[in-house]
Write a protein that binds this ligand. Structure first.
Ligand SMILES: Cc1cc2nc3c(=O)[nH]c(=O)nc-3n(C[C@H](O)[C@H](O)[C@H](O)COP(=O)(O)OP(=O)(O)OC[C@H]3O[C@@H](n4cnc5c(N)ncnc54)[C@H](O)[C@@H]3O)c2cc1C
Length: 476
């Protein structure tokens, strides 16, 4: 198991519960995972009158014609069970006055279905609880801090990995299966809501081992990240705030967008407003919101001396969520036998061109369970370790981050993307190639030189195999 965010921890617990011995390799402390930073919650059709079918309709609508229906259906049908399982593991979600689960409303959802904990501290609560369970589970060996630097294959199967500590000798792990749960790659962009380690290391490792990657052109830009100079720039102002009545206003105090439209629409409307006005931020007006429900956000604003009762909060879009990833089936299997991916590092195609809010934590648990169980049935590895090639998992430079923001930002064109093809960071080149291949605009991928959606690409996902140019595939 590589990665100890929500997906890695939960998958490890499921596999251990099924009798497997799990080595959990993790590079950075819990507080530096995207999971720990998650605010809004987990989408699950739990309300009276809600159904998996309605959740599915919203997920598919947000995905702009290419959400993979089979994967989206699995998510929507199994997410309520994941919430119940987390409760059984000891996670305490927020309740309403009657003691029922309190359900939040977020953009693109046709009704309240977001389960949360500690107001907007959902990820922190879940990650802490799962981490404590993993640390005391005798079937799980936590190897930390270690960075996986290459995968080992034998006769075309993935049979283990090599990981490196900050100092000292590399460690080889032999396993019947390797499950990547290394998170996304939003921190490759200059402005991001993600921890700095979200650089797509799992995608690079998987590609190095010959696994296919999918939909790399779809980076979701969150509409409302704090816009400030200094370290708090990019801090997320959760969508749940808009669900509770926060509005977006321009420089003259006028509203300009339906705040609860799906993310791609809201982010583009803000971008257009910024271009029109020449300002660097729009205002998030929180005066109608009970900030007592969002204590961590209130504290973050206080730390930067913003009083949301008296002034609007400056916000602008930032790279937030990786819809693409290691191409995986409904049990997390990649195209290389023995290699799996779950959570944000995986791409089952379920999010299509635009993830529906709070579907990603749900994805960590639903597909984590499936992959954790499936991997237990893989054959044991050979006794000796085949050597793995050293894969390029270095840190991107500030130049690469600036280039991705400039050339693969909310709006792209062939000229800028062509420049990105020469970037020294290999994943940046694969992203550029995927963006170039998709000569249309759809969801999070907006090409100024191809502004229309091409109906011929409905349902078509972009796949990048080992060393080949991106190709399109209908993914059912
Ligand atoms: C600010 C913020 C708020 C969010 N809010 C929500 C929300 O409300 N609801 C929702 O559904 N989603 C939300 N998301 C998205 C969601 O949090 C993520 O998609 C999800 O947590 C990803 O979990 P993960 O386990 O896949 O990855 P992560 O939590 O990012 O964990 C990745 C792990 O992999 C490890 N790792 C990486 N590379 C290596 C390597 N080479 N070797 C060893 N270990 C490695 C890291 O150290 C880490 O332990 C939010 C994201 C952010 C950033």
């Amino acid at each position: 198991m590589v990665g100890a965010g929500a997906a890695g921890l939960y998958t490890a617990l499921v596999a251990a519960g099924a009798g497997a011995r799990v080595s959990l390799v993790s590079r950075s402390p819990l507080a530096q995972t995207a999971s720990y930073w998650a605010q809004g919650g987990i989408a699950a059709a739990l309300a009276a009158g809600d159904s998996a079918e309605r959740h599915l309709e919203d997920t598919v609508a947000a995905g702009r014609g290419i959400a993979r229906a089979s994967a989206a259906r699995v998510l929507c049908e199994e997410s309520p069970g994941s919430v119940r399982d987390l409760q059984e593991l000891g996670v305490r979600f927020d309740a309403d006055r009657d003691g029922n689960l309190a359900l939040g409303l977020e953009g693109g959802h046709s009704q309240r279905r977001v389960v949360h904990a500690g107001g907007a501290a959902t990820g922190r609560r879940i990650a802490r609880d799962l981490s404590a369970l993993a640390a005391t589970d005798e079937r799980i060996e936590v190897l930390e801090p270690l960075a996986a630097t290459s995968l080992s294959t034998h006769d075309g199967r993935c049979i283990g990995l090599t990981a490196r500590p900050r100092r000292g000798d590399p460690v080889a792990v032999l396993a019947r299966a390797v499950i990547l749960a290394t998170g996304g790659m939003a921190a490759l962009w200059e402005r991001s809501t993600n921890p700095r380690g979200a650089i797509g290391a799992g995608l690079t490792l998987a590609h190095g081992a010959g696994a296919g990657l999918a939909d790399l052109e779809f980076m979701q830009f969150h509409p409302t990240a704090l816009r400030l100079d200094g370290p708090r720039d990019g801090f997320l102002m959760t969508e749940a705030l808009r669900g509770e009545g926060a509005t977006l206003v321009n420089a003259v105090g006028e509203r300009f967008v339906n705040e609860l439209a799906p993310r791609d629409q809201v982010a583009l409307a803000i971008e257009a407003e910024l271009e029109r006005s020449g300002e660097r931020a729009v205002g998030l007006d929180l005066r109608g919101v009970d900030m007592g429900r969002f204590p961590n956000i209130a504290a973050a604003l206080e730390a930067v001396a913003i009083d949301p009762r008296r002034e609007v909060v400056p916000v602008a879009p930032a790279a937030h969520y990786t819809m693409g990833g290691v191409a995986s089936d409904l049990d997390g299997r990649s195209s290389v036998p023995g290699l799996y991916a779950v959570g944000e590092s995986a791409c089952t195609g379920l999010h299509g061109a635009n993830r529906l809010a709070s579907n990603s934590l749900a994805e960590c648990f639903v597909f984590g369970r499936r992959a954790g169980l499936a991997a237990c049935d893989d054959p044991p590895p050979p006794a000796a370790m085949a050597s793995g090639g050293e894969t390029h998992t270095t840190i991107p430079t500030e130049q690469t981050r600036a280039a991705l923001w400039r050339h693969a930002g909310l709006q792209r064109d062939a000229t800028g993307l062509g420049r990105l093809l020469d970037d020294p960071f290999p994943l940046a080149r694969l992203i550029a190639a995927s963006c170039l291949a998709r000569e249309e605009s759809r969801g999070a991928h907006q090409r100024t030189d191809h502004p229309e959606t091409d109906p011929a690409l409905d349902g078509m996902h972009t796949l990048v195999g080992g060393g080949t140019a991106p190709r399109f595939e209908l993914w059912k």
